[in-house]
Design a protein around this ligand. Structure first.
Ligand code: ATP
Ligand code: MG
Length: 577
């Protein structure tokens, strides 16, 4: 084996003199035979000595290196024996530095925070490596001769020839209750200038998803406070519901409103910003603070200006934090905003690591990348504490194309999608939920009785209206029946318009639906619908507080209640006649 090695590289700050060079050549000839070339490369980091790399083996003749070896040696002694001091005295006498510093690798190339390292035969996927003075990185690919790593510190000086050491630790995220209310980066370090965060545990960022026997069916609602979603595409705790749409169609707003709506509901929210503008992140933190939502929220951010490597890590780190709370029996809501940018970051890393590009230049495993992230959302069984993690991944489409590679992948992994449509958004229908293309596959089981009863045929009625909408152009020639139906549909669409950051509570939603589907709005112009509904809700709240309380607390109402609500609404409607 040793005969095959040809080139040895000597790293140091100062070039070795002739006498030193001669010594190295002598050493190499003794160890490896005569067929070795010795090359010198300048490395400003290696002061006080030399490092010699030959094949996978590295000889560390620096003062630092020798100290480290001594330290490790003492550590092993300490583990074996308790009487440390006498042992030290005795052993230091016998100690001599080893020549081969076991498995110290060397950086071959660095580009855009991706480093290729040789000489670490025992590196494993996900291991943290330490570069030079302490810059950390994580192993992404392992081959027999080299391994590819992503660096966590994007500004660190890592050069070709920098030594790399094992830690044997898997990449992780510090977790703890103290994270609530904070804005942190993908490594869990605070970026909100509010000081250090006390952490309790360190969790691997890549963790297997909960097993089937540890899971329970989705059966509790997670209310978004957005009528169009809660009534038609309900989300349950533990569900993964995709929010998809073109740019600037209100995707993030839906997620933010959902976070705001969790106030007082004992749900912990984690908002992972991936490749977002820094202004968005600070705006998000300010909006959540303003609505009192920051107390139960953590923002994990890897913004657009940061390296692809940390953008790639951010959702996993956020997920690890979510799991920490879920395993302690909490209900967690996690938003990944957004996974298209995450896929782009991963594509960049993969191409730098030399992996073969596939469809749209994404590597073949990009599907697995997202499925292993989203599979970690679950509703745990009561044996496991009964916690849950609901995921709202966000994906951006181009010109409404849901059949592109990343959207189709993520649609197939999630339990439904909320599709936001550009044309609806610009026609003023906000949130711009497309009723035909959106779906929620499991959330219906989690809807409260009150919501189920009240929403009745809403989806069907809206679908019918969308079909008939084209007749609107000929409205003067239409018969009375069709006109009525169109007017009813228009009213429903107006009811679903909702302002940002103003989620509705359960009884407001139920009362609005009862009024609309009970045909209380037949005589009201579409533009006046929102105003009318607001007044009707106020009246019911004033006249029948017990009905509202029953809906909020028990999620139900009686037929008698329905009649009362409708008559109250009709009396409000008379003002509009
Ligand atoms: P991007 O693609 O940039 O991430 P996005 O799809 O996440 O955008 P948002 O940032 O949520 O969209 O919203 C885009 C714009 O639409 C914002 O200016 C926001 O204020 C506005 N908007 C979103 N929802 C509503 C709403 N319900 N009513 C009125 N305006 C809204
Ligand atoms: Mg957005």
């Amino acid at each position: 084996m040793k005969n095959e090695i040809k080139t040895a590289v000597l790293y140091s700050d100062i070039k070795p003199n002739d006498e030193q060079t001669e010594k190295f050549i002598k050493f190499l000839t003794e160890e490896y035979g005569t067929q070795v070339d010795l090359r010198w490369e300048k490395n400003t980091k290696i002061k006080n000595g030399f490092r010699l790399a030959i094949g996978g083996e590295v000889y560390d003749w620096t003062v630092d290196g020798r100290f480290r070896q001594l330290k490790n040696y003492i550590k092993t002694l300490a583990k074996e024996n308790t009487g440390l001091i006498p042992l030290l005295k005795e052993n230091i006498k016998n100690w001599a530095p080893e020549i081969v510093a076991n498995e110290v690798g060397t950086v071959l190339t660095v580009s855009d925070s991706v480093a290729v390292v040789s000489g670490l035969k025992n590196a494993f996927y996900g291991e943290i490596l330490v570069f030079g003075d302490g810059v950390k990185g994580m192993v992404q690919t392992v081959t027999e001769e080299k391994c590819g790593c992503i660096l966590f510190d994007t500004n660190a000086e890592v050069l070709a020839g920098t030594p790399v050491r094992h830690t044997g630790k898997i990449a992780g995220m510090p977790c703890g209750n103290a994270y609530l209310g904070r804005v942190v980066n993908a490594l869990g370090e605070p970026i909100d200038a509010k000081g250090k965060i006390e952490t309790e545990v360190y969790r691997p960022i890549e963790n297997p998803a909960p097993q089937i026997i540890d899971r329970e069916a989705v059966n509790k609602p997670l209310q978004t406070g957005i009528l169009a979603i809660d009534a038609i595409f309900p989300i349950g705790k533990g569900q993964r519901e995709l929010i998809i749409g073109d740019r600037q169609t209100g995707k993030s707003s839906i997620a933010i409103d959902t976070v705001i709506n969790q106030k007082g509901k004992d749900v912990i929210c984690i908002y992972a910003c991936i490749g977002q503008k820094t202004s968005f992140v600070s705006g998000l933190a300010a909006a959540l603070k303003k609505h009192g939502a920051m107390d139960y929220t953590v923002i994990v951010s890897a913004s657009a200006g940061e390296a692809a490597t940390v953008q790639y890590l951010a959702p996993y780190a956020a997920c690890a934090l979510g799991e920490y709370f879920m395993e302690r029996g909490k209900d967690v809501l996690i938003v990944y905003d957004d996974l298209s940018k995450h896929a782009v970051a991963y594509r960049e890393i993969s191409l730098l690591l030399g992996r073969a590009p596939g469809r749209e230049a994404y590597p073949g495993d990009v599907f697995y990348l997202h499925s292993r992230l989203l599979e970690r959302s679950a509703h745990l069984s009561s044996d496991k504490g009964g916690g849950s993690m609901t995921a709202l991944p966000i994906v951006e489409t181009l010109a409404g194309d849901v059949s592109a590679y990343i959207p189709t992948n993520i649609i197939s992994i999630t339990d439904g999608q909320i599709f936001l449509e550009n044309s609806l958004f610009h026609s003023g229908q906000r949130p711009a939920v497309n009723i035909g293309l959106s779906v929620s596959r499991v959330g219906g089981n989690a809807q409260t009785k009150a919501m189920k009863k009240a929403a009745k045929t809403l989806r069907l009625d809206l679908a019918q209206y969308r079909e008939m909408e084209i007749f609107m152009q000929f409205s003067s020639e239409l018969d009375e029946e069709t006109k009525n139906r169109l007017h009813y549909g228009q009213g429903l669409m107006h009811m679903l318009r909702q302002k940002q950051t103003s989620p509705y509570n359960q009884h407001t939603q139920v009362i609005m639906l009862i009024c609309a589907l009970g045909r209380c709005m037949q005589n009201i112009a579409a533009e006046k619908v929102s105003e009318f509904l607001k007044k009707a809700v106020k009246k019911v709240e004033r006249d029948y507080p017990e009905i509202c309380a029953n809906i909020d607390e028990n999620g139900d109402y009686s037929e008698d209640d329905e009649k009362k609500i409708i008559s109250a609404a009709n009396s409000v409607g008379e003002q509009y006649a």
